[in-house]
Design a protein around this ligand. Structure first.
Ligand SMILES: Nc1nc2c(ncn2[C@@H]2O[C@H](COP(=O)(O)OP(=O)(O)OP(=O)(O)O)[C@@H](O)[C@H]2O)c(=O)[nH]1
Ligand SMILES: [Mg+2]
Length: 468
């Protein structure tokens, strides 16, 4: 059993120096404990949702001048009495105040315990509570948008509607069971069938949104691979707009993978520059680098295969490019076999003549021609990367499922819906259909936390930060 009777305390601001640091107290005794270290005013006599300036004093010594924010339950984040102490952002002061609160009877909060209490006190459902953690972790516009939508109850609303409809039908079918001898049908099967179809469509849409949701939450890993000297590090620098990686005309300059993030129109990409892959190296370090390149290539969501476009010209513009040569490249073969999404990009196009460019474009349809050195056409590569993952759906207003737990539960919901549909198709008895509906309701309830266990909650909230 979760204990809700004690009062918890934690520092809510990140470690390190800051202008302001915040300590949170939540629980029945939050106001009493705050009062005992704040002689300026009697906080219990103050109205809720008010601010109070004064000193924190311990053993006659002033610790800091602070502002107390007072929220009396149930109108607070956790539903309990909350006092937030805004002090100067020194680690020392924060620790001192927390120690004082503990001396006065508060207990150090566990990760996510404030939000757990908010959930247990019915302030948020589980999907919303999880969105709080996602919101804190959001690093891009799209991740932020998805988390806000869920936190504001968008996703929960979708689920509640499905649940209500199912509950209604389940009640009617169960009523039929009470009148089994009379062979009556309270639940209109045609209507029910249409409803199940509609819920299946909505669930399928949510399940499908997870591909994008996963991208939004975790970013997209993009490995830049190719032969030594193709210009991979130059391309990384051009994409980032900074001199991040060492560039030189010595083949084998990059020895280890280099990872940096890039935000393209609100989606986070994790760019990985790799060591050039060549087939006959004897250098032990280079070989290790090549091994890592292949590993990065296999793990990536998207691969940018960069080739030196000047290698496909022989100075004679008529016979210039030879796309077959590129396709026979060992790395390219590996790529095609692995099935990973890739974009072929020809670099050093600045050296090519107009004819050569045109020829190459015909030989290797779909390949982008760029000059990483001159930052020419690099924006096209950015667009291609964005389009590959977003497919225009990033602007969609509806719910995007970003949480793997929700995704798994939705897949179970979908399976139950298929079973219900099959049951209706085969005219199976009402009591069996009713069982499938209950199973479906169970999985819907798992997402919002109507159905859960303490172990599950412990696991979910342990991923939160302390103080939230
Ligand atoms: N003309 C021209 N030269 C380029 C371009 N991009 C890169 N280079 C040159 O190509 C050489 C190799 O560039 P890098 O970026 O170090 O190549 P890399 O693929 O990272 O090479 P490794 O790390 O050895 O695998 C350097 O001399 C760059 O200046 C380009 O667009 N045009
Ligand atoms: Mg390099």
């Amino acid at each position: 059993m979760f204990v809700l009777t004690d009062t918890i305390v934690a520092i809510a601001t990140p470690p390190g120096e800051g202008a302001i640091g915040i300590i949170r107290l939540s629980g029945a005794d939050a106001i009493v404990i705050a009062n005992s270290i704040f002689p300026a005013k009697d906080l219990s006599a103050q109205a809720t949702h008010t601010l109070h300036f004064g000193k924190i004093v311990a053993n006659g010594q002033i610790i800091d001048e602070v502002v107390m924010s007072l929220y009396k339950g149930p109108k607070s984040y956790t539903g309990e009495n909350i006092v937030e102490i805004s002090c100067h952002g020194s680690g020392y002061i924060l620790q001192q105040i927390v120690s004082l609160c503990v001396q006065q009877g508060a207990r150090m909060a566990r990760p996510g315990e404030f939000t757990l209490r908010a959930f247990l006190n019915g302030k948020l459902d589980l999907a919303q509570a999880e969105a709080v953690a996602d919101l804190i972790a959001s690093q891009s516009a799209s991740a932020h948008k998805a988390a806000i939508h869920t936190l504001r109850g968008g996703f929960s609303h979708d689920l509640a509607r499905m649940r209500d409809d199912l509950v209604q039908f389940s009640a009617l079918i169960e009523l039929e069971l009470d009148f089994a001898e009379e062979d009556v049908e309270f639940a209109d099967r045609t209507k029910f069938y249409a409803l199940i179809n509609e819920i299946t469509r909505a669930t399928q849409q949510l399940v499908n949104s997870f591909r994008l949701g996963n991208v939004i939450k975790n970013g997209v890993s993009v490995a830049i691979v190719g032969k030594p000297n193709a210009g991979k590090s130059t391309l990384l620098n051009a994409l980032l707009n900074e001199e991040r990686a060492i560039v030189s005309d010595i083949a084998g300059t990059t020895r280890d993978t280099i990872e940096e993030t890039l935000n393209i129109q609100g989606i986070l990409f994790r760019l990985i520059d790799t060591a050039g892959i060549r087939e006959h190296s004897v250098d032990v370090i280079e070989l290790k680098g090549i091994e890592r390149s292949k590993e990065a290539m296999n793990k990536a969501d998207v691969v940018v295969y960069l080739f030196d476009s000047t290698q496909f010209t022989d100075g004679n513009s008529q016979s210039a490019a030879n796309g077959t040569q590129l396709m026979e490249d060992e790395t390219m073969t590996l790529l095609q076999q692995s099935g990973v999404q890739y974009i072929a990009v020809g670099n050093k196009a600045d050296v090519l003549s107009a004819d050569e460019r045109q020829n190459l474009q015909q030989q290797i349809p779909g390949a982008l021609l760029i000059s990483a050195k001159d930052n020419d056409n690099v924006h096209q590569l950015k667009e291609a990367l964005y389009n590959l993952v977003a497919e225009g759906s990033i602007q969609q207003e509806g719910t995007i499922v970003t949480n793997a737990r929700h995704f798994a539960a939705l897949q179970e919901v979908l399976n139950c819906l298929y079973d219900i549909k099959a049951g209706l198709d085969n005219n199976i008895p009402g009591d069996l259909i009713s069982l499938d509906i209950r199973r479906c309701l169970h999985y819907l309830g798992e997402i919002t936390g109507q159905v859960t266990t303490e172990d599950k909650l412990d696991y979910i909230f342990s991923k939160f930060c302390i103080g939230k």
